[in-house]
Design a protein around this ligand. Structure first.
Ligand code: NAD
Ligand code: MG
Length: 396
């Protein structure tokens, strides 16, 4: 049985890449954690397996058609099964000390926000929550008297490097980007890249959506937006550096000229462990950093010409008026279309940019004050972006 002072965890997105790494941390922590609930998207068997492995009390599958499979896979256990979007919210609301938000995409907004509104500490991997609805999330965290701890490696490094410094003493926050598989490729080669090439990330093994985002540096754009809301810092004090080794994940430059950097091997178990036990430290088997073996750390400016998605994302953040919400929704549709080979790689950034322009000109763009407003914009932009994809009847 778990230790008396063990932490109760809810794991949203338990079957994914961050979910699996979280399971490894929990299993290696000698009873420091117990699991109240797990939630997943559509793979009933995988969700049942992780629920059993963690000894969870409740397993929720978002896809209602998977209920029978989930129930069957959990038969003979004491684990309660449920399916549908409301079941995922129910999982998010099970009593817990910390909720790991590791759903991919805006599908995570409603359950993660529900946990936040219930006063839970959130270990947030699901950056799309903040890109889609940053102001509502940050306002709710303050109102609930709780906090969002960043799992995203750059934000986690920055959070640690910041210490208890006053925001006014921070001159610049820098997020590093590995540059992805196309870091040295020509414009033409990137434009024609296949899903297989875009999915072959040199440093990180991640879910498909974030891997495609990383290949075009859209991921870094989403992360700058995430940092803007999370740290409450204006766009002019946020910077991006390409750093191929993925050893320095983030830097904080202070007003006296000092710079603190967050370093770790590129292993998501490091920031996950940090968030799960914050402010204490776990002992983990996460990969250790061997600087002598790495030898050299290199840094370069991002190339907006070869990676237009980064520019499109930064423009959306500067424009405000809900454009981050629009950007996120259009990007999810474009990435899905690219993975289905309906569009080429360079069309992702174009489709997203067009969605932002359209939203500005027709009044869809406005700063969402609430989660419902953010999700309404998200829904409208998805519909419209889908309808305009090449090969769609309604496309003009
Ligand atoms: P993934 O695709 O591997 O996993 C996504 C998880 O979400 C799966 O468990 C899936 O079943 C679940 N899911 C999907 N829709 C759901 C729904 N409606 N309700 C409940 N669960 C649902 O993705 P990932 O790589 O683990 O990434 C998760 C999030 O973490 C993303 O926002 C990503 O940007 C962020 N992130 C990932 C990494 C990484 O190394 N993988 C690093 C930094 C940030
Ligand atoms: Mg990251």
């Amino acid at each position: 049985s778990p230790d008396a002072d063990s932490r109760r965890v809810v794991l949203l997105g338990a079957t994914g890449s961050i979910g699996r790494s979280t399971v490894e941390i929990i299993n290696g922590a000698n009873g420091a954690f117990s699991v109240a609930a797990v939630a997943g998207g559509s793979d009933a068997k995988a969700l049942a397996a992780v629920a059993i492995e963690l000894g969870a009390e409740f397993a929720a599958l978002a896809d209602p058609s998977g209920y029978a499979d989930l129930k069957a896979a959990l038969s003979g256990t004491a684990i309660e099964a449920a399916a549908g979007p409301e079941a995922v919210i129910e999982a998010a609301l099970r009593p817990a000390d910390i909720v790991v938000g590791a759903i991919a995409g805006a599908a995570g907004v409603a359950p993660t926000f529900a946990a936040l509104a219930a006063g839970r500490i959130i270990a947030l991997a699901n950056k799309e929550c903040l890109v889609c609805a940053g102001p509502a999330f940050m306002r709710q965290a303050a109102a609930s008297g709780t906090r969002l701890l960043p799992v995203d490696s750059e934000h986690n490094a920055i959070f640690q490097a910041m210490g208890d410094a006053e925001l006014s003493s921070v001159e610049m926050i820098t997020l590093t980007a590995s540059g992805g598989p196309f870091r040295t490729w020509s414009v033409e080669a990137i434009a024609a890249a296949t899903p297989e090439q875009a999915l072959a990330h040199p440093n990180w093994s991640m879910g498909p959506k974030v891997t495609i985002d990383s290949a075009g540096l859209m991921n870094k754009g989403l992360e700058v937006i995430e940092a803007h809301y999370l740290f409450g810092i204006e766009t002019a004090r946020l910077d991006v550096l390409v750093h191929a080794q993925s050893v320095v994940h983030g830097l904080v430059a202070f007003s006296d000229g000092s710079v603190s950097a967050g370093l770790a091997a590129p292993d998501m178990k490091v920031p996950i462990a940090h968030c799960l036990s914050h402010p204490r430290r776990l002992v983990t088997k996460a990969r250790r950093l061997d600087l002598a073996a790495i030898g050299q750390l290199t840094f370069e400016r991002p190339d907006f010409n070869r990676f237009p998605a980064l520019r499109v994302a930064l423009d959306a953040l500067r424009a405000g008026r809900g454009l981050p919400t629009v950007l996120n929704a259009a990007n999810e549709i474009a990435v899905e279309a690219f993975l289905k080979r309906r569009i080429s790689f360079h069309e992702i950034a174009k489709i997203v940019e067009q969605a932002c322009e359209a939203a500005l000109s027709d009044g869809v763009a406005r700063e969402p004050e609430t989660i419902d407003e953010a999700l309404a914009i998200d829904f409208a932009v998805r519909e419209r972006t889908r309808a305009r994809l090449p090969g769609t009847a309604a496309a003009s």
